[in-house]
Write a protein that binds this ligand. Structure first.
Ligand SMILES: NC(=O)c1ccc[n+]([C@@H]2O[C@H](COP(=O)([O-])OP(=O)(O)OC[C@H]3O[C@@H](n4cnc5c(N)ncnc54)[C@H](OP(=O)(O)O)[C@@H]3O)[C@@H](O)[C@H]2O)c1
Length: 284
């Protein structure tokens, strides 16, 4: 299959001298770590990452040339911005563990689903800025979108820093915290829903006789192009849909099948269910 080159949505931000800790450098933390290095957000000697297992720390350290340990407190002590990337239930315990390193001039940036800024502030025990972020996995190719919301003590400058940090992996949007679980259900879980749609479209292509690699390319590039049309024209998706739908043509027949199959309602229900579950994650 031909290689598809995707644009990186936002130019590289550079913040000279910024010291960043990523506590919990798993799938999402690892994506961020690589993006920080690739975009020169901070120099390698100013990035301090942690994981739970010593052997993984060694492997990551060797792979990326940054300090990766299992010592959260030491990493937090060395950083101005401390990212929290462990599982939601582990966040309060982790914050209490690094409490001696927390001062009001530092910024805590959690990208754990479901965990409220208020519970992080309480675990921190001082009035420092806490920002909650919800990135998504297209961050891996710089095409992610991250929603950010501010805790009680965040300054506009700190929010700017958080936006610049997440610009290394795509776009950002700042929302009120009450919307964060909805964001999790839509853009956090959304890539999984869209992969299923792409997979189904490709399967459909195979069903009507196309080779699988051609069908997958057509399905994925069509999804990508349609998303760009929405973003770049600013037109309502319904208007763009109408442009494809010739009277008595083939598209309208396909749309009738989609409506009869309940695709629209099913997607709405999927996002709603994911958002409800997102609310529960921090409670176990
Ligand atoms: N994956 C996504 O699409 C996505 C999207 C948005 C937000 N998030 C959020 O990102 C967070 C992590 O998710 P993930 O998918 O990246 O999970 P993950 O791959 O399991 O990463 C968790 C990381 O935390 C490390 N860890 C566990 N306990 C630790 C401790 N006490 N101190 C330091 N590190 C510790 C683990 O270390 P080891 O590697 O040694 O086990 C692992 O590297 C979650 O809160 C999730 O809600 C994920």
């Amino acid at each position: 299959m031909n290689e598809i080159v995707y644009e990186v949505a936002v130019p590289a931000p550079v913040m000279p001298g910024l010291r960043v800790a990523i506590l919990g450098s798993g799938k999402m933390g690892g994506i961020l770590l690589q993006a920080f290095l690739k975009n020169n957000l901070a120099s390698a000697e100013n990035i301090f990452a942690t994981v739970q297992h010593g052997d993984r720390a060694l492997a990551l350290s060797a792979q990326f040339g940054v300090e990766v340990t299992t010592d959260n407190l030491a990493a937090a002590e060395q950083a101005d911005v401390i990212l929290l990337g462990v599982k939601p239930l582990q966040v309060p315990g982790l914050v209490e563990q690094i409490r001696p390193a927390l001062t009001t001039d530092k910024l805590l940036l959690s990208f754990a689903a479901s965990v409220k800024t208020r519970s992080i502030e309480e675990a921190a025990g001082c009035d420092l800025g806490v920002i909650r972020a919800m990135p998504n996995t297209p961050a891996m190719i710089g095409a992610g979108v991250t929603a950010l919301c501010a805790g009680r003590f965040v300054t506009p400058e700190q929010m700017m820093v958080a936006q610049r940090i997440f610009h290394t992996v795509g776009r950002t949007v700042v929302v009120d915290e009450k919307h964060m679980d909805a964001v999790t259900g839509l853009s956090g879980s959304g890539p999984a829903f869209l992969y299923i749609i792409i997979e189904a479209l490709a399967e459909a292509g195979v069903n009507v006789g196309l080779p699988r690699d051609v069908a997958t390319l057509l399905a994925a590039q069509t999804t990508y192009g349609s998303a760009r049309m929405v973003l770049e024209t600013g037109y309502h998706p319904a208007l763009l849909k109408d442009q494809v739908t010739t009277p008595a043509g083939c598209t309208v027949d396909g749309i009738l099948e989609l409506e009869e199959g309940g695709l629209r309602v099913t997607l709405i229900k999927a996002v709603k269910r994911a958002a409800i579950r997102a609310k529960e994650l921090a409670e176990g």
